[in-house]
Design a binder for this molecule. Structure first.
Ligand code: SF4
Length: 274
């Protein structure tokens, strides 16, 4: 099955509207240090194509009665996309069938497909966790640097595409001090900010220990993940919400139990505003 109803391990904290998850690739070569896909995808940081993808996808499109979220377990613009152009082929198909799409990426490669995206019911959410390229290299080893992601937002905005930014995850001692600065840097090009704090799984602790003193925090098990104490999480989210208000941006939090007023938690409401 290529398209499935999005269900983040039945988390009670998930506020997502009904949507469908689809990834053109298995695995993701961006190899972010905090990524959770290593807990359920073998050889997760090596993206590979799915067999007979377009043929199989066509047979499953009838299921989609809301929108497709692309992607939740890989980046649709993982470096391999440059060669295979599979995400582009999928977008063409979605355009042809009038399917709404939320594109979530860390790559400026999304700009290559602006000719399609501007003519379809779609919104783009770009993840930016830091503005510092050295820091980004440490935590998102093979993803494009933050400056390129901001350039991509600018281009998408120039083409009339409504965008959001994910400041996700907020990692204490790594990027928590610059969260306001990130909002200011992207505010001219986006409508909405989504944020979420670090929620490691058991297998991410080892990787995270390479970049931070993760053991100094008290982690609370929630489902398959570990959460920071609520007061720490909410203090980060309150800071972002405050600066969003100042910049006339809407704000939401992802799987935090944090109350927000935006129409959707994932920025998908922007599809309908187009
Ligand atoms: S871009 Fe997303 S899916 Fe890819 S490695 Fe990073 S966190 Fe994981």
């Amino acid at each position: 099955m290529l398209i499935s109803e999005f269900d983040p391990w039945k988390s009670k904290l998930c506020t997502c509207p009904k949507k469908y998850s689809f990834s053109p690739y298995t695995g993701c070569s961006h190899a972010c240090i905090y990524c959770y896909i290593t807990s359920y995808i073998p050889n997760a940081f090596h993206a590979r194509l799915k067999k007979d993808l377009i043929k199989r996808l066509k047979k499953e499109l009838h299921k989609v009665d809301t929108y497709i979220s692309m992607s939740n377990s890989s980046d649709p613009y993982t470096p391999e996309e440059k060669k295979f152009q599979m995400t582009r082929k999928c977008l063409k198909l979605f355009k042809e069938y009038g399917i709404k799409v939320l594109i979530i990426t860390k790559s400026d490669m999304v700009v290559r497909d602006v000719d399609l995206i501007e003519n379809m019911r779609a919104t783009v959410s770009i993840t930016i966790t830091t503005l510092d390229k050295e820091k980004a290299k440490k935590i998102e080893k093979f993803a494009p640097p933050p400056s390129k992601r901001i350039d991509a937002l600018k281009t998408l905005n120039e083409h009339g595409i409504l965008n959001s930014v994910r400041i996700d995850p907020i990692i204490p001692s790594i990027n928590d001090e610059e969260i306001e600065e990130i909002v200011y840097a992207v505010s001219p090009y986006v409508k909405h900010i989504i944020s979420s704090t670090l929620k490691p799984r058991q297998d991410s602790f080892k990787r995270l220990r390479e970049v931070m003193d993760i053991d100094k925090y008290k982690w609370i098990k929630y489902g398959n993940s570990f959460y920071l104490p609520k007061n720490i999480r909410f203090s980060f989210l309150e800071r972002i919400e405050k600066v969003c208000k100042k910049n006339n941006l809407t704000f939401s939090a992802c799987r935090e139990g944090y109350p927000f007023k935006a129409e959707s938690c994932d920025g998908s409401h922007l599809i309908n505003l187009k």
